[in-house]
Design a protein around this ligand. Structure first.
Ligand code: PLP
Length: 453
């Protein structure tokens, strides 16, 4: 099927060879000998090029992309405005280290962030190269500024793989296994997983009682409130399963942090930059954090991580924290072009196409017993698969089978959490493309349901 939204002309899906095709297979064989075996590859996709929400592999097979390179390619693959900004900046200079010198793209990006991030009052920004570095800087800043050590984070959270960020990460045990000792002083509380609320409360009427674990357990039995530097939270939990908390969960966290003099860090690495139909997921909940971390979608695929904080918090002195490559001029130029596109049309498109996709997924839920829960905002959508709607037993193998069945049909999706499918397409996805995804998901669900009956 041919799509022309946003001038995109590549057609997808279009699968011409068995998967992987011969060229993809040859590359994957070379990769197996030379590249780190620590990467997780859910299926054999070897990319040749991309346009918008369409990806072409080395053998000419075309896929509709609902993964966006793990929620990164916000403006679609190789958006011409972003490519132009990159080429223009690359022709001027590639690097000069914003740590030691000054250049316009980094300053302008800091000004843009100050205007955009959901933090009250004046804001300054620190630049790194990835989500983990943005979180690392946030943790360091919180400790530096408060003179306190402890960090409260959440079970299921993913904040990155460097030692500090990994200490806050509590997503999959394999990510921590073998790397001890991690940093001391990190405490984890349950996130608001409303579909599986252990207290059997309803998100519409609960008072975020799950946070009594923080107030009545962690802060009573484990660490004194005046030793806690910060609470680190994803406003929508990403890797943990695309969990959308009730508004009162984030409101109450804000109250606890303010009451006890802790900083609140909103990790918007996955949920930020237009993905949820607002520039930041925090905006859906009226959340104002003290520090916000951003990466992934900010530069449409070039490496960039940003830690923005209230000016009165970002008080660290020259030499206390820096990065050679952070805020690279080419990445900064890509980010400025990305932000312009997000403001002009793509955040609104994420909201509209996200609503359309959510509605279609909820219709599929009526017909397919495998679907236990459909949740999300904008184009950050999780579909949790269960073996049985009563027991909510996690359909882990079935989820993996649906991911494979979608790949065979030419749609790229990833899992999230133990048993959810995640839809995190480029924000240029059109309604027509979303309809194709829904049709093929219906087929894939049917195939997996049939195989297990
Ligand atoms: C919420 C969140 N924070 C931090 C990270 C780490 O980002 P990176 O892989 O760029 O280090 C991720 C990556 O998935 C994330 O989802």
């Amino acid at each position: 099927m041919r799509h022309s939204t946003f001038g995109i002309l590549m057609t997808a899906p279009d699968i011409k060879t068995p998967l992987p095709g011969p060229k993809a297979k040859a590359l994957i064989d070379r990769d197996a000998r030379a590249v780190s075996p620590s990467y997780t590859r859910p299926y054999p996709l070897a990319m040749a090029r991309g346009e918008g929400a369409v990806v072409e592999d080395l053998d000419g097979n075309r896929f509709l992309d609902c993964a966006a390179g793990i929620a990164v390619s916000s403006t679609g693959h190789s958006h011409p405005d972003v490519v132009k900004a990159i080429v223009e900046q690359a022709g001027k200079f590639l690097h000069m280290s914003g740590t030691d010198f000054y250049y316009e793209p980094q300053v302008r990006l800091a000004e843009e962030m100050a205007a955009l991030v959901p933090i009250d009052g004046p804001v300054r920004s620190f630049f790194g190269n990835s989500g983990a570095e943005a979180v690392e800087a946030a943790i360091k800043l919180a400790r530096y500024q408060s003179g306190r050590q402890a960090i409260i984070a959440f079970l299921g959270a993913f904040h990155g793989r460097t030692m500090g960020a990994l200490s806050a990460t509590a997503s999959k045990a394999i990510q921590r296994k073998g790397f001890a000792p991690l940093l001391p002083g990190f405490y984890h509380a349950p996130y608001a997983e409303c579909y599986r609320c252990p207290l059997k409360l309803q998100p519409e009427s609960c008072q975020a009682e799950c946070l009594s674990f923080v107030e009545d357990q962690i802060l009573v039995h484990l660490v004194s409130p005046d030793e806690v530097a910060a609470i680190l939270v994803e406003p929508i939990q990403g890797e943990g399963g695309y969990l959308v908390p009730p508004r009162q969960f984030l409101e109450r966290l804000r109250e606890i942090a303010t009451r006890d003099g802790m900083l609140l860090i909103a990790d918007e690495v996955q949920s930020g930059m237009g993905r949820t139909g607002k520039m930041f997921a925090s905006e859906h909940f009226g959340l104002k954090a003290d520090i916000v971390t951003v990466a992934k979608g900010i530069a449409s695929g070039l490496p960039l991580g940003i830690t923005s904080a209230r000016t009165d918090i970002m008080t660290w002195v020259p030499g206390s924290h820096a990065s050679t490559f952070g805020g690279n001029p080419v990445s900064s130029a890509a980010a400025l072009a990305t932000i312009k596109l997000l403001k002009e049309q793509l955040t609104a498109n994420a909201a509209a196409v996200g609503d359309h996709l959510l509605a279609g997924l909820r219709e599929l839920q009526q017909k397919h017993p495998l679907i236990g829960d459909v949740r999300g905002k904008g184009l950050m959508i999780g579909v949790e698969l269960v073996k049985d709607r009563q027991t909510k037993a996690r359909a882990i193998e079935e989820r993996d089978a649906v991911v494979q069945a979608m790949f065979r049909r030419g749609v790229l999706v990833l899992g999230a959490g133990k048993n959810a499918l995640r839809f995190s397409p480029p924000l240029v996805l059109s309604k027509a493309q979303a309809d194709v995804v829904l049709k093929l998901l219906e087929e894939a669900l049917g195939e997996v349901e049939k195989a297990r009956s």
